[in-house]
Design a protein around this ligand. Structure first.
Ligand code: NAD
Length: 430
């Protein structure tokens, strides 16, 4: 699965490069990460024993600025996976035009099996090992799967202790009381919502007549569903890891969110509340949800959900990819052939990194913004880049994913060209 992610990303990049006249050196440069760090984090357990956890940080490309990307805690984290995710971050940052390159990190750990104090020791221990690899002008981590704002707060605190100065801009996604930005918590879902709104505007969709299914009712999925529901869209199906619920007349999303909150264990940092325990709706599997006949399908859970195996059975007219990599490159071809439009992940879920950029700016200037300012600035960026990519896909006659990669590689390529490539040096120019 991990190799597939990277192979898929490279295949998409190769396709995009064919639509540009960029120098071949650019593809060579972004084909491999700039630097990778592997660490072993010792953690003293509550029972006195000592455990070691393998951790990684990969800086993929810093052509456009310091590198930026999340930190994930999951047993399946490997260096290959982190490299692929760092590659994606380079393109995501370029798509929305924030002045960052791409990075990613992670620790191979089942975070749910640790006590809160063990989790804190692990997080601080990791920062002690990567402190010379990161920094506000070098590489700026953020939350990802199974990490959250409390963990980001511990990490910022540890880094500041090491540097003997307050360095809030070293990490984003912190609690607001520790220098986090208002509006960061729902930024990914909100960014996807702005994309959905622009798409609906382009296609003249009427919210009340538009049906939507959301796979994954976590942070990103809940927020995009909540905002679309508020605009009058009909959210007819949602799911979590336990299964899906379906109601053709649509759900009241705020009360679903409350149900999900109530069934969650009120315990420390993680949630395992299950949606399918709430009902007056039909239960179905996640696979069935993906194949529903809806106007918009929003995968917001995991990678590789729509593959060559099920792509031909997808009936949605449009897909907005909130998860990273929910559609394989083989499935792309089938969806294209069936005229199913996809708003790609590197655009649709870029709201999170955009508001992380706002947080970094606020930390560096010491001036903090109101929520309305965050929303306005996010909306402006998401709408602007959506339209550029939408127009580009029509102009070059490709799907939106290819257009998004073309858009990003051009931005990265322009910076590389400015530093000089063979085309410049071999001509002996002065
Ligand atoms: P989350 O952990 O808050 O939520 C994930 C949800 O998916 C949970 O409800 C979980 O129960 C559900 N889920 C897990 N396995 C599932 C399965 N097999 N089928 C259906 N649902 C399943 O995570 P999140 O932060 O909302 O992230 C979701 C996706 O969005 C991930 O791919 C992540 O990389 C991507 N993403 C998130 C952000 C962000 O800021 N949160 C930013 C960019 C991309």
């Amino acid at each position: 699965m991990k190799t597939n992610l990277f192979d898929d990303a490279m295949r998409r990049l190769d396709t995009a490069i064919k639509h540009t006249d960029l120098n071949e050196e650019i593809a060579l440069r972004v084909g491999t990460p700039k630097s990778c760090l592997e660490v072993s984090v010792p953690v003293r357990r509550d029972d006195g024993s000592l455990s070691f956890f393998r951790g990684y940080r990969v800086r993929h490309d810093d052509t456009r600025g310091p590198t930026k990307g999340g930190l994930r805690y999951h047993p399946s984290v490997t260096l290959d996976e982190v490299k692929s995710l760092a590659f994606w971050m380079t393109f995501k940052c370029a798509v929305v035009g924030v002045p960052f390159g791409g990075a990613k990190g992670g620790i191979s750990v089942d975070a749910k099996s640790l006590s809160p104090m063990e989790l804190e020791r692990l997080s601080r221990g990791y920062i002690r090992l990567v402190a010379d690899f990161i920094g506000p002008d070098v590489d700026i981590p953020a939350p990802d799967m199974y990490t959250n704002e409390r963990i980001m707060g511990w990490m910022m605190d540890e880094y500041s202790t090491i540097r003997r100065q307050h360095v809030p801009a070293v990490i984003t996604g912190k609690p607001v009381s520790m220098g986090g930005s208002v509006g960061r918590a729902d930024a990914t879902g909100r960014g996807a919502y702005y994309c959905a709104r622009e798409l609906a505007g382009k296609l003249g969709m009427d919210p009340a007549a538009t049906t939507i299914a959301v796979q994954g009712f976590g942070n990103a999925g809940q927020h995009v569903a909540r905002l679309l529901h508020k605009d009058g869209y009909r959210i007819v199906a949602v799911s979590d890891s336990q299964g899906a619920i379906y109601r053709p007349e649509g759900f009241d999303i705020p009360s679903l969110i409350r149900t999900k909150e109530e069934t969650r264990h009120v315990q420390a940092v993680y949630c395992d509340g299950a949606l399918c325990h709430s009902s007056n709706a039909a239960n179905m599997t996640n696979a069935e949800l993906l194949e529903l006949d809806v106007d918009i399908l929003i995968p917001a859970a995991l990678e590789n959900q729509i593959t060559a195996e099920n792509a031909a059975r997808i009936k949605a007219r449009h897909i907005i990819e909130v998860a990273n990599g929910p559609i394989s490159s083989e499935a792309d071809e089938i969806l294209n052939a069936n005229n199913i439009g996809v708003v790609p992940d590197i655009l649709a879920n870029a709201g999170g990194v955009t508001v992380s950029y706002f947080e970094w700016l606020q930390n560096r200037s010491g001036q903090y913004w109101e929520l309305q300012e965050v929303h306005q600035k996010l909306q402006a960026i998401m709408a602007r880049e959506f339209h550029r990519i939408y127009d580009l896909h029509l102009a070059i006659g490709t799907d939106m994913r290819t257009a998004a990669y073309v858009h990003a590689i051009k931005r990265i390529g322009e910076t590389m060209e400015a530093k000089g490539t063979r085309a410049y040096f071999a001509n002996g120019s002065r």
